[in-house]
Design a protein around this ligand. Structure first.
Ligand code: HEC
Length: 178
């Protein structure tokens, strides 16, 4: 009898520790810093999908079409590391007044921090089915001129070459190896 009583106490003790562990974990919230745990939790954060979801795909697209001459133009810059890296810097940081990632997202999924509430939403560059239907020239033209009546601004101060570099980079989001 006596030893059974002891066993019960021991079991209860471990159970209490376990429950305390769960509560403490929940109460502490996401740990500071990055890491998997953090990103998983923010994925289910208060915005529902957070910034790391797959994005909307396919996307409904009503964007105005570029004039024929530009529409069919191919990217004059070859696809190499240098070009893609330069495009990345412009997309993620350098483009003025607002870096593309703010709306289009660091991962190109269209879920950037300013994407909330934009209607139509920013293009999801990771969505292959939508991106396949958009020519290089079209991408170029919208980056230069913006998409009137939407959140997509015109980037008049980017040089042609800079825009073509960005276009190269945009294509990597829906490339086969991603
Ligand atoms: C303030 C938010 C915002 C910023 C900053 C922004 N975009 Fe956009 N972008 C949008 C929105 C919204 C759309 C959707 C427009 C539409 O549906 O016509 C869009 C659409 C596009 C498209 C799709 C064109 C098409 O024909 O479908 C491209 C390409 C694009 N953006 C490139 C860029 C690049 C490159 C940058 C940075 C140099 C950038 N955007 C910065 C909001 C933004």
């Amino acid at each position: 009898m006596q030893s059974n009583h002891k066993k019960t106490i021991v079991v209860l003790f471990f159970l209490a520790c376990f429950i305390f562990g769960l509560l403490a974990e929940a109460w502490a919230g996401p740990p500071p810093g990055k890491g998997r745990r953090h990103s998983r939790r923010s994925f289910q954060g208060h915005h529902g999908i957070g910034f790391l979801g797959k994005g909307i795909c396919p996307q409904i697209r009503k964007t105005v079409q570029a004039p024929d001459k530009i529409l069919t133009q191919k990217n004059p810059l070859e696809k190499n590391r240098e070009v893609v890296d330069a495009g990345e810097s412009l997309f993620q940081i350098e483009a003025q007044p607002t870096a593309c990632k703010i709306c289009h997202g660091v991962t190109g999924n269209g879920l950037g921090i300013m994407a909330q509430g934009l209607n139509p939403p920013p293009r999801n560059f990771t969505c292959r089915s939508t991106m396949e239907s958009i020519s290089d020239g079209q991408l170029f033209w919208i980056i230069r001129n913006g998409s009137p009546g939407t959140g997509m601004p015109a980037f008049k101060n980017l040089k042609d070459r800079e825009i073509w570099k960005i276009v190269r980079y945009l294509r990597t989001f829906s490339g086969k190896r991603r």
